[in-house]
Design a protein. Structure first.
Length: 478
């Protein structure tokens, strides 16, 4: 067997931290497959500048630490059937939950006119009956999918009225459909994401590198970039900051240890666990019920004393046991259980207000401008985080200048438009975005001699004054 660790075996896990900022949690089932992942730890190192009788550097002093990370992956939702969930969702939900509030719409059925006192369905609304046993709620800004002759089309709920006596809900939506939905049409649940003013969640990021591992505690997403381009799968890039990083590899016990031991002596120290980092090891991985331990520190060993790991025993409901010398310790990662399928960027549509705009590429970029609280005396790593300034949501659309379409004119007048971007048309594999108020920049137009005239639009999403401060971007899996 080769000693080389192979990059194609990389797996990523994200777990919401429930014990407070930086309280690392072990990886759980439900890895996501990343195309690229970069994790970098920066630590201040200052050269000691005492005067001496030579010019050589003799010592560097350690200062603050901070982690920067980025992940690029295919936009691949988990269908309700594959994930055994009520609606399509994402394996990125722990990361999404650190930026967005996650809401689920219920399953419902379109009512015919007169049924349960309902009004007849129209192209911009209908009355629905909630499915038995479904949960969730409809709210303005929620995106839902309605089946049409061209596949499932995303619409944005603009108004909701509930009629408890008739057990029905009246929905109004935008944009209008080509035809009214037929009575009996089922509305499948969708998972919707609403921006938060002050997100309060942090995440533990895990990366399995074949037989080695990395663990980022206190990870906070700072930017999300969603891209759809004809000819390749839709992509997501998420990047952010983290509190601390642990790197660790396979080890073996150098001496016998008991079930109550909190120090594991090892033959060689293949782990870098800084003061606020954490690593998760599986003890005796070939056994029927291997124990999982959290490594919270290391000792290098001196003289005849072996290096050691400071551990917390019996993590994730496992049982501490006695182990003989030579017992293997391997970085702990659950089996790969992804159950998602990527969305092809060639399918979908973009609407500016109520008109379809032909595009070759669409990009939505959200920047939260998060700041780690890493100036405090007494700690080498961040003790918290905050959002001290405005978030930014930018949009880019690449298309063509066509007769009968004048989005460039709206841009030239600096008008704001509503943008609905739908990636995919197959139920369970749709990611839809709604930006109700985007102020477009004035585009430049160049006319090549041998091709269509391209048109690129860019703009900034603004909040809806009447809806509140957090309504510049909605998105959902349908």
């Amino acid at each position: 067997m080769s000693d080389y660790s192979l990059g194609y075996r990389q797996r990523m896990f994200a777990v919401a931290e429930t014990g407070g900022y930086g309280a690392a949690c072990p990886p759980t089932a439900g890895a996501f497959q990343a195309r690229e992942a970069v994790i970098n730890l920066s630590e201040e190192r200052r050269v000691r500048r005492d005067r001496k009788n030579h010019r050589s550097v003799g010592e560097r002093l350690r200062g603050k630490r901070e982690v920067k990370w980025s992940i690029t992956l295919a936009d691949a939702p988990v269908s309700a059937a594959a994930g055994s969930r009520s609606s399509a969702s994402s394996e990125l939900d722990p990361l999404y939950g650190a930026t967005f509030e996650i809401r689920t719409t219920p399953a419902a059925t379109v009512l015919a006119g007169g049924e349960q006192n309902a009004t007849a369905p129209t192209t911009s609304g209908c009355d629905v009956a909630l499915a038995s046993g479904s949960y969730g709620s409809f709210s303005p800004g929620s995106l839902i999918g309605i089946e049409t002759a061209d596949g499932r089309q995303a619409v944005v709920i603009s108004e909701v009225q509930s009629f408890a006596t008739d057990h029905r809900v009246r929905l109004s939506w935008e944009p209008a459909l080509p035809a009214a939905p037929a009575a009996g049409t089922r509305l499948e649940p969708s998972q919707c994401y609403f921006l938060l003013t002050n997100p309060q969640g942090s995440v533990t990021l895990h990366r399995a590198l074949d037989r080695h591992g990395e663990c980022v505690s206190g990870a906070i997403p700072n930017s999300w970039t969603f891209t759809a381009s004809a000819g390749e799968e839709a992509l997501i890039e998420v990047a952010g900051l983290g509190q601390d990083l642990a790197r660790f590899g396979p080890l073996a016990l150098s001496r016998d240890v008991g079930a109550d031991a909190t120090i594991f002596p090892v033959e060689e120290l293949h782990a870098a666990i800084l003061k606020n980092g954490a690593a998760f090891y599986q003890v005796a991985p070939q056994s029927l019920s291997p124990e999982i331990v959290t490594v919270v520190g290391t000792t290098p060993g001196e003289g005849e004393e072996d290096p050691g790991l400071s551990v917390i025993r019996g993590v994730a409901s496992t049982t501490a046991k006695d182990y003989p010398a030579g017992t293997a310790l391997t970085p702990y990662y659950p089996d790969l259980t992804t159950c998602c399928a990527a969305i092809a960027g060639i399918f979908g549509q973009v609407r500016l207000n109520d008109r379809v705009f032909e595009v070759t590429r669409a990009k939505i970029a959200l920047t939260e401008n998060v700041k780690l609280r890493n100036e405090s005396f007494g700690s080498a790593v961040a003790t918290g985080y905050l959002y001290p300034t405005d978030r930014e949501v930018k949009v880019e659309l690449d298309g063509f200048l066509k007769t009968g379409e004048a989005p460039w004119a709206a841009a030239a007048r600096q008008e704001s438009v509503g943008i609905l971007l739908q990636i995919g048309t197959e139920g369970g594999r749709i990611h839809a975005f709604y930006l109700p108020r985007v102020e477009l920049d004035v585009p430049g137009i160049e006319a090549p001699a041998d091709a269509e005239i391209p048109l690129s639009l860019a703009g900034t999403a603004l909040t809806l004054n009447e809806a509140g401060p957090n309504y510049e971007l909605f998105h959902a899996y349908l």
